[in-house]
Each structure stands twice: as C-alpha cells, then as structure tokens.
Design a protein around this ligand. Structure first.
Ligand SMILES: O=P(O)(O)O[C@@H]1[C@H](O)[C@H](OP(=O)(O)O)[C@@H](O)[C@H](O)[C@H]1O
Ligand SMILES: [Zn+2]
Ligand SMILES: [Zn+2]
Length: 223
C-alpha cells in the first residue's frame, strides 16, 4: 500500500531496531510538516498512534519526534498540540503507558510546553493540564528553560538606509554599511562590531549583530 514520504520517515525513526534516535530523519519529518507536504493534524495523529505502541523503543522514539516537531514547526504544530483534545490524549497516555521513561519524558514535555506557551492564551490547555496533573499528585521534573526555546522563526530580511540605524552616521566610501542578522537593520562598523549565535533562527555560528541585539542575546528570553 502506498506510503507517503512522511509515513516512511516516521516508520524509519520509530523502528524498534534503532539503538539511538535518527536525528537527521527526525528533522526531515519536521521539514515535511513545515513545507506542508503533510497536514499537521494527520502527522500528529500518526505520531500519537506510535506513542501508544507496546514496544518501548517505538513509543519513546515517537515522543522524540513529537518534541522535535513542537520545537521546529512553530504554529503549524502548536495549533494542534496546544488544544484540549490533544492535551487530554497526552494525559491519557501518561496514565496508561506501560513505559516509565515515556511517562517521565511526557511529563517533562508538558511542563516545558506550558512554560514556552505561558504568554499565549490560546494554548492555555497545556498549563491547565499541568495544573490538573499536579493536583492529581504527579510530580514534574525540574524545568530546563533552555529546552523551551523553539526555533520556528526565520531571520529577518535586511533593511537599507543611507545612515546608521543606531548613531545616524552617513554611509560613504569610508563609512561602510553592515547588517545585523538578528534585527536586519543596517549599521556602521562601530555599532555592529559584536557577533553571537542566534539559536531561535537556527543560526548556530556567531554572526554580526548590532549593540542592542547583542545586549538582548545576553539575557535569557523566550518567544
Ligand atoms: O563590504 P561592503 O562593500 O561595505 O558591502 C557591505 C557588506 O557586504 C556588509 O556585510 P557585513 O554585514 O557582513 O559586514 C553588508 O551587510 C552590506 O549590506 C554591504 O553593503
Ligand atoms: Zn553607528
Ligand atoms: Zn540588531
């Protein structure tokens, strides 16, 4: 029977023959969702089905796929995961899974998502679910705030101007233009002499940024 690229990839990364996660294929799954080769609802239902597998590897690997999709596919996936029905199914899985590591990982994920979505009212079902489960006596692991950084954004396009966005010096033969990769504005060399990584844009190597964006990068912050 015909299997889409997404389904083939999902079978591959949740195979009980895998000894460790197949991250390249897992990220490829995120790409199929982001470029809309597969509907998020369909993809998440397929992942949820694998989550209830009696095989511990399949169940755990499908949970890692879910984690990766929430981190990398942005609103496309958040709009499904942040709903009451999805949260009900996660609660049910925690209550019924025979796999202790799956239960613990799912508790960790619910808490991370609740923190990441704390300022987004439409996803309040996540925090509500955490609150209900705490009231039911479930203990959640310590929150690792760094896990709550989702890189679903892309870096902004570059602006143009005849003067520096920060100090207003005019550009010319000597005073050259430079662009901040974080805000896309144009600056003189002195106002954009810093560099840093931009994980939220998937930029893992240090790139040129302006003073203001550099200062912001030094403080913890989430979307
Ligand atoms: O080398 P120049 O001729 O000044 O050209 C500038 C550099 O390529 C800058 O790269 P950078 O931001 O990495 O410095 C770029 O941001 C500007 O838009 C260009 O005008
Ligand atoms: Zn300047
Ligand atoms: Zn900037």
């Amino acid at each position: 029977m015909f299997k889409s690229n997404f389904e083939k990839l999902l079978d591959k990364v949740t195979s009980n023959l895998l000894l460790e996660p197949d991250w390249p294929s897992t990220l490829e799954i995120c790409d199929t969702i982001r470029q809309k080769d597969v509907q998020p609802k369909f993809a998440l239902n397929a992942i949820k089905k694998k989550l209830t597998s009696p095989n511990p590897h399949t169940a755990m690997f499908s949970l890692l796929v879910l984690e990766c999709c929430v981190k990398n596919c942005g609103q496309l996936v958040h709009d499904e995961v942040g709903t009451k029905p999805f949260m009900e199914q996660m609660r049910e899985t925690i209550k019924t899974t025979p796999h202790e590591n799956v239960k613990n990982k799912l508790l960790e994920l619910l808490q991370t998502w609740a923190f990441a979505f704390r300022a987004i009212p439409k996803y309040c079902a996540v925090q509500d679910t955490v609150n209900i489960m705490k009231a039911e006596g479930y203990t959640f692991p310590a929150l690792k705030e760094s896990d709550a950084m989702f890189s679903s954004d892309v870096a902004p396009g570059w602006e143009d101007s005849d003067c520096c966005h920060r100090c207003r010096v005019k550009f010319g033969m000597v005073q050259r233009k430079h662009h901040c990769r974080a805000c896309g504005q144009v600056f003189c060399a002195q106002c954009s002499s810093r560099s840093c990584t931009l994980p939220k844009f998937g930029i893992e190597k240090p790139v040129r940024v302006c003073e203001a964006c550099y200062e912001k990068s030094q403080k913890p912050q989430f979307n």
